[in-house]
Write a protein that binds this ligand. Structure first.
Ligand SMILES: Nc1nc2c(c(=O)[nH]1)N[C@H]1C(S)=C(S)[C@@H](COP(=O)(O)OP(=O)(O)OC[C@H]3O[C@@H](n4cnc5c(N)ncnc54)[C@H](O)[C@@H]3O)O[C@H]1N2
Ligand code: MOO
Length: 431
């Protein structure tokens, strides 16, 4: 439901991509086109910080005060004046009081004196150094500090050393993770502004598909794509709208797509985007908006539809993914995920590619990108290594389930010999 946003003509966007060939697009070209075309949802809402995990910040979070708000001890020990240390750091100050976290010592600390202090306690006036208790020898009230363990300023945390009042602690577009929730709490803020959740509708298409609970029939398969899509979208923090299995029938497909785009920001379908006889999906999609059909130079995940469809004045981004279960996940991770994050208003981070040792030879011809499902192992010498999870057919979902990530064989890359380094993309972090 992004009716108020303006979208470029898809034809104009694809024109900007050098050597555009819808039947042989490179993965990076597809990513560029999608990035040029999608628009962020710009509706903000204020939420409790416990509801903000996984959401995207709609406004900078500004520190309302210095963090920490006072100079404080970084160790349990004794606070003293650094100027009292002799050359080499030795000293023997006398204890004049005690400061605990939450119970500051407020008396004076004359030269030659020190204060028993605990981690986090406010530094007493004039003190700038803390000697950890394990370094000293106590003799009555006198703290003997040997030479060589301390220099002025050690173990004291400065007011504002983390953040100054007025500085942004977190920037708009940040996808909030546990540390961010803690950081916001440390600023005393119970709520933050986030962009509203993205609504994503999804459906499976194909007359062979059975939903869970239905009895199997000759030639039928249980619909798994809707469940992997549900799982990936849920992990991404989207509000999901499950439109079920839709038959390969033009009227049913049109009704489902219209319902999807009237109620969601994005629509994801699986199946029916190839060239089979029962694939009515392409015609129906094209009739509802600005949609292109691609054959991408990648494996798995070759056919894909992309564009924007409209119904009753509502528009939604459309991702028509191939039907094969592994192809659905691969195209989701490499195209849809980034597009949805962009629509969610998130600042994009490049995916972390590890360089690991290939345990076996990997056959590959240049001219397409391959994503082979693989496990990550630790070699006896400590290096990380990888091997594939066996048969790489794009219908074999177990190859994904057993894997820790993808071996990425880039477009220009040829075969990789056992023992060579290869790029590995861990699933963790994808969603
Ligand atoms: N002559 C050609 N045939 C095919 C091509 C091609 O370029 N030329 N591409 C192949 C590739 S690659 C893929 S991927 C598939 C994609 O075709 P569709 O998107 O039209 O998908 P379907 O034919 O509907 O299904 C393919 C396959 O996946 C199974 N499937 C579909 N949906 C689900 C689901 N929700 N849950 C579980 N399994 C599902 C379906 O039963 C088929 O086995 O086309 C190739 N053919
Ligand atoms: O999209 Mo297909 O997965 O290469 O079978």
């Amino acid at each position: 439901m992004s009716a108020s946003l303006t979208f470029p003509d898809l034809a104009a966007v694809v024109c900007c991509v050098g050597s555009y060939d819808p039947d042989a697009l490179r993965v990076d070209q597809v990513q560029d086109i999608i990035a040029c075309f999608v628009r962020s949802v710009r509706t903000a809402e204020r939420v409790d910080i416990r509801a903000a995990l996984g959401r995207v910040l709609a406004a900078d979070v500004i520190a309302p005060f210095d963090v920490p708000s006072h100079d404080n001890a970084g160790m349990d020990g004794y606070a003293l004046r650094g100027a009292d240390l002799a050359a080499g750091g030795a000293a023997a100050p006398t204890v004049v009081g005690k400061g605990l976290a939450g119970h500051a010592y407020t008396g004076a600390v004359p030269s030659g004196a020190c204060v028993r202090i605990m981690t986090g306690a406010v530094m007493p006036e004039g003190c700038d150094t803390v000697v950890p208790q394990e370094f000293v020898r106590l003799e009555g009230d006198v703290v003997h500090i040997p030479a060589g363990v301390l220099k002025p300023g050690d173990n004291a945390r400065q007011r504002g050393e983390d953040l100054r009042a007025g500085q942004p602690a977190l920037a708009v577009g940040k996808l909030l993770r546990p540390a961010d929730i803690g950081l916001v709490a440390s600023l005393g803020l119970p709520e933050v502004m986030v962009w509203r959740k993205l609504r994503v509708a999804f459906m499976s298409t194909g007359d062979e598909l059975r939903s869970l609970g239905e009895p199997p029939a000759q030639g039928s398969v249980y619909d798994s794509n809707r469940y992997t899509l549900w799982a990936m979208l849920t992990r991404l923090g989207c509000e999901v709208l499950d439109l079920g299995v839709v038959r390969d029938d033009p009227a049913a497909l049109e009704t489902a797509l219209r319902q999807a785009c009237e109620n969601a920001d994005a629509v994801i379908t699986s199946g029916g985007v190839s060239v089979g006889e029962a694939d009515h999906m392409r015609a129906v999609m094209a009739s509802l908006g600005d949609v292109v059909f691609w054959r991408i130079a990648m494996r798995p995940g070759r056919p894909m539809a992309f564009g924007r469809i409209e119904s009753a004045g509502h528009g939604a981004m459309l991702f028509g993914l191939p039907g094969n279960p592994v192809a659905v996940m691969v195209t989701f991770y490499h195209f849809v995920r980034e597009a949805l994050l962009h629509m969610m208003g998130a600042q994009m981070q490049p995916l972390p590619l590890l360089s690991v040792v290939a345990q076996t030879t990997l056959r590959k011809r240049p001219g397409r990108t391959e994503y082979q499902r693989a496990v990550l192992e630790r070699l006896p010498d400590g290096r990380l290594a990888t091997r594939t999870t066996g048969d790489q057919g794009s219908g074999i979902l177990r190859s994904m389930s057993r894997a820790d990530g993808f071996i990425v064989l880039h477009h220009e890359q040829g075969s990789v010999q056992a023992g060579e380094l290869v790029d590995f993309l861990p699933f963790e972090g994808l969603v």
